[in-house]
Every structure is written in structure tokens, then in C-alpha cells.
Write a protein that binds this ligand. Sequence first.
Ligand SMILES: Cc1cc2nc3c(=O)[nH]c(=O)nc-3n(C[C@H](O)[C@H](O)[C@H](O)COP(=O)(O)OP(=O)(O)OC[C@H]3O[C@@H](n4cnc5c(N)ncnc54)[C@H](O)[C@@H]3O)c2cc1C
Ligand SMILES: NC(=O)c1ccc[n+]([C@@H]2O[C@H](COP(=O)([O-])OP(=O)(O)OC[C@H]3O[C@@H](n4cnc5c(N)ncnc54)[C@H](O)[C@@H]3O)[C@@H](O)[C@H]2O)c1
Length: 450
Amino acid sequence: MSRSYDLIVIGAGMAGVAAANMCASRGWSVGIVDALPYGGTCALRGCDPKKILRRGAEIIDSARLMRGKGITSDGLAISWADLMKHKHGFTDPVPARMEDTLRANGVDTLHGPARFTGKNNLEIEDAHHTARHFLIATGARPRTLGFPGDQHLVDSTDFLQLPELPQRILFVGGGFVSFEFAHIAARAGSAPTIIDRGPRPLKAFDPDLVHLLIARGAASGIELLRSTTITSIEKSEAGYQVTVDRSGRTETMVFDLIVHGAGRTPELTSLDLDSAGVAWDEHGVHVAPHLQSTTNPAVYAAGDSADTPGMPLTPVAVIEGKVAASNMLNATTKAPDYTGVPTAVFTIPELARVGMLEQEARDQGIDLEVRHHDTSSWYSNYRIGETTAAAKILIDRTTDRIVGAHLLGPDYAELINVLGLAMKLDLTTRQLKSVTAAYPTVGSDLGSML
Ligand SMILES: Cc1cc2nc3c(=O)[nH]c(=O)nc-3n(C[C@H](O)[C@H](O)[C@H](O)COP(=O)(O)OP(=O)(O)OC[C@H]3O[C@@H](n4cnc5c(N)ncnc54)[C@H](O)[C@@H]3O)c2cc1C
Ligand SMILES: NC(=O)c1ccc[n+]([C@@H]2O[C@H](COP(=O)([O-])OP(=O)(O)OC[C@H]3O[C@@H](n4cnc5c(N)ncnc54)[C@H](O)[C@@H]3O)[C@@H](O)[C@H]2O)c1
């Protein structure tokens, strides 16, 4: 059946669903389509299932930290199959629940791969729809690495579905995916290795804190090889034989599983964007700051598939989905405000950031005061036996405002939200320090960090 809509959203992930619900609530006729079950990457193949698996790893690690301090952790282990069942208990109901909510809000839920056939025309399987507006919210996929044997790589989606965890695991790429998964795998009894092509992994994070995290990971059994690029994989009797270029030398190693953690690229190739006159490249759909296509005014883009200053993260996808919807509804040109959007790598302990890196702040000529503390001996960390924790808060001396904050420690991904809030509301550090936290909580460490 073919229909004419005010808006068709392509992609039922965080960005798409936020926009579809908002436009339907204002009386627009809205269709949303996905080629996969509804929910997108975050709920089904990313943030949420990943952090459920991490819970098992947290418990193992917490018990180990308390060895000799009243806890006997011998024999404590993760049952991977049971942990997976726990994960499915959350992920399995998501698609039906999400579709039910959309339909209850008046949104038509469509299925199948979507493809443009004109500036206002979209084909979904055999149905041809037209719309006044489109939102491209198709997310991202692992980028093609293109070396001999790359078909043997599994991606993050495969990893989160593994029926069992093998012993020798190689993670290709020293970014979010590899670090988070390696920290889970190490506590589940595997021996993970991460390779990164550059000298510095986790480049989006504070180098001093990354250095501490790498040492903590090494103590938990995670090997990191820097300046190492994978060049081929061959299947052999002993496992997958991996050849790497390590600072100019060729080396081979054998693994049971090789996981792609070497970056993601917008999912746009199957959309036939040229038929709609939509400009795009490997960074995403080309959009103006208010998220409208630079070449087809009927089209907007949001989330991982849009080329915007926002990082490819869930909160950014939600902000952009809502801003795109608001601009379509009201014919406005408001740009998203990314101020104070934090990010965290859910390693153990977790590494978090909001605002600028120290080097970025120095490059901008900000009169910077760096409040840098080793917090490993502070009460909150002593209590749980954590040995690695630090905070680095960057303050503009002339305004007393936080321009960046970097934290490594247990529960610090919660604490970074408070620093993000302070940045968003333009609070001075003096105002932030005037807030009283319940004691003893991790939040009550914030005053001393400042
Ligand atoms: C392993 C992993 C862990 C992550 N963890 C975190 C985290 O802890 N915190 C965080 O903030 N971010 C995390 N992210 C990033 C986060 O998941 C993404 O930034 C976010 O989900 C992007 O949302 P989106 O709406 O732009 O796209 P998506 O959620 O990816 O949704 C896009 C949808 O479009 C559909 N689609 C694509 N092409 C078509 C087509 N042609 N026709 C129809 N449908 C189509 C897809 O099937 C998909 O459902 C993680 C990512 C991964 C991979
Ligand atoms: N906690 C979170 O918020 C979270 C978790 C997972 C993923 N994500 C999102 O997903 C995106 C993709 O994550 P990712 O970890 O795949 O990518 P990433 O961009 O975080 O890291 C990729 C790393 O791989 C390295 N690399 C690239 N090609 C390589 C090669 N051939 N050999 C060796 N190293 C190579 C890069 O130098 C880089 O350090 C992230 O940018 C992030 O936005 C977020």
C-alpha cells in the first residue's frame, strides 16, 4: 500500500523514534521504517546490552579488589550463557514495546529496507510512499577494513550475541568498543589483546587518565599493542593466524576470535541518496547546522548518520532527533546545543569526559587552571579497594567556569553528569562547590576535586 505522509523517518533508533513521536504528537501524519527489529543500535546492539554484560564483570572485579579485605572470591565466576539470558530479558521485548508505543502515538510503523526514488519519494519493498519531509536516522555500521581475510572478523553485534566466550580474543582498534569489550572479557576468564594502529588509544580522552586505565587493564590481563595494524587473517587448525605490522615489523599471532573495534561509518549506501539529490560522504549526510540537507530541503538527518559536530553517541542522537523534528514542525533553523554532553567508556573503572581536552583548551589560549588529583586513596575508593582513580578538571581562571572535566574511577560516569550540568547551566565552580552532597557518596568527592 502506498501513502502520502507529512514525515517519513528512516531508522527506528534513538534519533528516529524521538523525532517520529514528537511530530506525531503535533498532529502530523508520520511513518517510520526500519529494516531490522525496532530499537536501533543502543537498545538492541550497543549501550544497553553491553552494560548488562559489564555487570557480571563488575561483580568479579569488585570481589577481587576486596580479596584479603573480608571477601573470598575464589570460585566466583561468570556464567556467560546465564549472563546472556539476563541480557535477552531486557533486549527481546524492546522491538514490540517500541512499535506499540509508536502506534499508540499515531505513527505508522513500516518494515523493510528503504530507498529513495526521487526528492520526495521513498520505496520500501514494493510500496512507494511520498512525504513532505524525510528524516534520515539510519545510524552507522563497522567500517570496511579491506585486508585479506577480513571476512573472519566479527563485529560488536556478533560479540554481544556470542553463545560462549573463547579464550584468545583479539580486538582490532583501540577505541570505545575494544576497551569496553576487553574489560568484560578479561573478567569473564578470557585473555584479550587490543591492537591500535596509533601510539595513543582512546584519543578522545585525557591521555594521563588513559595511561592509568591501560595499566589497570594490564593488571587485569588485557594486553595492549600500540602502533600495530592488522594486515591479514588466515584460518588455520590452531585458530585464526593474524599478521600485523607492528611499528614497521611483521609479526604473526594466533587467536580464537577477532573482533572489529576499528571505527564505524554512517549507514547510507543502500538509501540511493543520489536519487533524492542528497549530498553525503563517509562522514554522513551533509547538513546545515539546523540538520537540513544542504541539497534537498525536504530532507533532514540526525544521529550517527548525519555529519554534525556531535559525537556518535546516544544522547547526541536524541538531541539531534528532537531538534530536527522541531525545525521541521516550526520551519525554524535552530542548531542543536551540544554544551555539557558527557561521554564515558565503560571499562572497569570507567573513564569519562565532558567538554574540552586539556590540549584543546590550551590551543584556544584559555587561561587554564588544571585541578588534577590522584583520587585512588580517597575514602570512596579505599572503601571498595580500588587502586586506580583520578580527576582532572579544567577551569577558565578568568570566568571560574569549567571548560572540561576528565574522570577515571568507579561510578565517575555518574559524577561526570553533574559536571556536564554545571557546564550546561553555566555555573561557576564557586556555585558548584556551594552544593551539599549526601555523605559519604561519590558525589561528595566533587567538592574536593574542585
Ligand atoms: C557496541 C556499541 C556500544 C555503544 N555504547 C554506547 C554507550 O554506552 N553510550 C552511548 O551514548 N552510545 C553508545 N554507542 C553509540 C550509540 O549506540 C549510537 O550513537 C546510537 O545508537 C545512534 O542512534 P541512531 O538513532 O543515530 O542510529 P541507530 O540506533 O543505529 O538506528 C538506525 C536504524 O536505522 C536502520 N536502518 C539503516 N538503514 C536503513 C534503511 N536503508 N532502511 C530502513 N532502516 C534502516 C537500522 O536498522 C537501525 O535500526 C554504542 C555503539 C555500539 C556499536
Ligand atoms: N560508551 C560509549 O559511548 C560507546 C561505546 C561503544 C561505541 N561507541 C560509539 O561507537 C563509535 C565506534 O566505536 P569504535 O570503538 O569502533 O571506534 P573508535 O572510533 O572509538 O576507535 C577506533 C580505533 O581503532 C583504531 N583503528 C582503526 N583502524 C585500525 C586498524 N586497521 N588497525 C588497528 N587499529 C585501527 C583507531 O586508531 C581508533 O583508535 C565510537 O566513536 C563511539 O561514538 C560509544
